[in-house]
Design a binder for this molecule. Structure first.
Ligand code: ZN
Length: 656
């Protein structure tokens, strides 16, 4: 394992214990084999003088909700050490009381809640304390005879502690174990099935000890000839099966969720392991992962519905078997799946959640494969894992953030998304929490949106092959498709019928009509498995109120409107709503440059402002206005409406 300490960096922080604490915490956070997503915690003990002139020793310990990789000084909760030591001396303390008294012992009430391991950090009589859930250490521990192996590697210089529940129980266990203990005899502690602690008054020594001791475990694995997962190509997934699975998982979670297919070569190799179905029944890498991944993944393949109902049944049995009686069952849906020959699937309401699952499961798969070669993967007993899953303090971590946005977990596809109304639609969908596949023929699309919630794809909507590919990528990336805003279009140059060229006519029909029909065809099988699926078609005021010189455009948009009306009838039985918007005079788009606007205004003898608001309400219609209406039509307000045509034009006498 790489030792990332840099003398030059560290020397700049000399004398500032808290900044040094941030520095070595981040060094550990940078290494995913040590620490993953909020796992691990660190602390430093600092003597301070308060406003009354009293000297107190303060434990700055990682605050809950912070990641070691990105932690700042504000991420450490300052707690009076004397109070924590008093707590360690109690015979019993409930989790809620522990949190309450820790908070009352803090010297800054706006700091985050201290880590659940704060009391344990307080007991260890050194200035710097580091704790990680290092993969290699936990992997060795999670094998038959794991404890003997750990003793063989660490018996001489580390304190070895059998698994107990983290929090007060663990702190108390160590408090009792070390009453007459010479801490100077050890470099740290190994907590079986959990992780490793190192400590010292010098931050560098404590960090070095972390790296050297985890390296011992890595060398042990290497000495046993443990091989990494091979790299295998995944077979093509049945994407309709994936979309159907997502729909049913969302039902089990009682909210829409994403299901991302991971065809990383190691995920494929893992899915192909001989005994994969028995291995995955055994449990997670470390118990704290259970709140993210649940105890076991689901096996995927044919008949996803039946597989899911078996999974849910077995989760309910697990709950009933282990609940002490006063707990409410969490949703029984899996958080990841193993699909033999294809890869794995990560389940969560946002791309961020899905990525966390991908990271955790990547490490889990690696460790399981290693442990299998060491005699077999052995996770903690079900009872211990259940306690962790239903531990109030862990559940608190998941509740943060309040009410989710209305469209969280839903998947949309928008065409013509790089600018104008299309871009505004993507922004509006994002603001409501949806993920979006954003298509455009312009390469700009890849740089317009700076968020993982968008899958940007360069795509010519008139190419059947490119459209098919875009939809398949959507399903692989997000697990399904719920909403379409079919917006791509062109405004051909103005020509009277007598002068119409074949190319102008057919290009308008290709893009403004036929491409939409093809999109409907390609998307329909997935919308059938969508969650409250809906389509919004970007029509035009030219449909109800055409003008001379625009036949190629108006005819195509009228055809598109008629297509939408027929689709509303054909798709309605499958629960898919189709509604049509007729915007007019939306001038904040790329084609309406200042010069063009001025020329049009001059033509009618109006100022630009008058020209822009030349409607009954005397109001300007913007891309954002159209986008808000489009997204509202996809949402619950329009849940009982299909086949409707809604103008958004500030009021137009010819249409009214
Ligand atoms: Zn821990």
């Amino acid at each position: 394992m790489l030792n990332r300490w840099n003398d030059q960096e560290a020397s700049k922080l000399e004398g500032d214990l808290l900044k040094l604490r941030v520095y070595t915490s981040r060094l550990q956070g940078q290494d995913p084999d040590l620490v993953l997503h909020g796992g691990g915690n660190t602390s430093v003990k600092i003597k301070e003088t308060n406003v009354f002139g009293e000297e107190e020793e303060i434990l700055y310990v990682k605050g809950s909700g912070w990641d070691l990789a990105t932690i700042e000084t504000a991420g450490f909760a300052p707690v009076k050490l004397s109070r924590l030591l008093q707590m360690a001396d109690l015979d019993e303390l409930t989790d809620l009381d522990m949190v309450k008294y820790q908070r009352t012992a803090m010297t800054n009430p706006s700091a985050p809640n201290p880590s659940v391991e704060a009391i344990l950090h307080a007991i260890i009589p050194f200035t710097f304390v580091d704790h990680t859930h290092a993969d290699a250490v936990v992997t060795i521990s999670n094998t038959p005879g794991g404890e003997e192996r750990i003793r063989e590697i660490y018996g001489k210089h580390m304190l070895i502690v059998p698994y107990v529940m983290p929090g007060f129980i663990l702190a108390k266990e160590i408090y009792n174990l070390t009453r007459d203990f010479d801490w100077n005899k050890v470099e740290g502690m190994i907590l079986l099935n959990h992780g490793i602690f190192t400590f010292h008054d010098d931050p560098k020594v404590s960090y070095d000890r972390m790296i050297s001791n985890v390296s011992l475990a890595e060398s042990y694995l290497a000495s046993k000839g443990i091989e990494a997962l091979s790299e295998e190509e995944g077979a093509n997934a049945n994407l309709e099966q994936l979309a159907r699975f997502r729909k049913h998982v969302s039902e089990a979670m009682k909210k829409p969720t994403l299901c991302r297919l991971n065809q990383d070569q190691q995920a494929v190799a893992f899915s192909n392991l001989d005994e994969v179905d028995s291995i995955i029944e055994r449990g997670p890498l470390t118990p704290d992962h259970i709140i993210r991944t649940k105890r076991t993944p689901i096996m995927l393949g044919k008949d996803p519905e039946a597989r899911l109902s078996r999974y849910i049944q077995s989760y309910q049995n697990y709950f009933e078997k282990n609940t002490p009686g006063d707990l409410t069952q969490l949703d029984p849906a899996p958080r990841w799946g193993v699909w033999p020959g294809v890869g794995t699937v990560s389940i969560g309401p946002t791309v961020k959640h899905v990525r966390i699952i991908e990271d955790i499961t990547a490490h889990t798969m690696k460790s399981i494969h290693q442990a299998e070669q060491l005699g077999g993967w052995v996770a903690l007993p079900e009872k211990d894992l259940f306690e962790m899953e239903y531990w109030s303090l862990e559940q608190e971590k998941l509740k943060k953030g309040g009410k989710p946005p209305a469209m969280q977990g839903k998947v949309a596809l928008v065409t013509g998304a790089a600018s104008g109304i299309g871009k505004a639609c993507v922004d509006e969908l994002l603001s409501q929490g949806a993920v979006v596949t954003a298509l455009d023929i312009s390469a700009d699309i890849t740089s317009v949106f700076d968020t993982g919630q968008v899958l940007p794809l360069v795509c010519d909507v008139t190419s059947e092959e490119q459209m098919k590919d875009a939809i398949e990528k959507t399903i692989i990336h997000f697990g399904g498709l719920d909403m379409l805003i079919t917006n791509a279009g062109i405004f051909p140059k103005s020509l009277y019928i007598k002068d119409m060229s074949d190319s102008t006519w057919s290009k308008s029909l290709d893009i403004n009509l036929t491409s939409h029909q093809r999109l409907f065809q390609l998307a329909k099988p997935y919308l059938d498995e969508g969650i409250d699926p809906a389509i919004v078609i970007m029509g035009s005021k030219n449909v109800p109120a055409p003008g001379p010189g625009a036949s190629a455009y108006s005819v195509a948009k009228a055809g598109l409107t008629q297509l939408g009306r027929v689709a509303a009838m054909e798709f309605g039985g499958d629960g898919i709503r189709v509604n049509i918007l007729h915007p007019n005079a939306v001038y904040d788009t790329a084609i309406w440059t200042d010069e063009v606007l001025q020329a049009r205004a001059d033509h009618y003898g109006l100022t630009v402002e008058e020209y822009k608001t030349n409607n009954i309400l005397k109001t300007e219609v913007t891309s954002v206005d159209v986008a808000r209406m489009a997204v509202a039509m996809l949402g619950p307000v329009f849940s009982k409406t299909t086949g409707a045509q809604v103008p958004i034009d500030g009021g137009n006498e010819r249409i009214i």
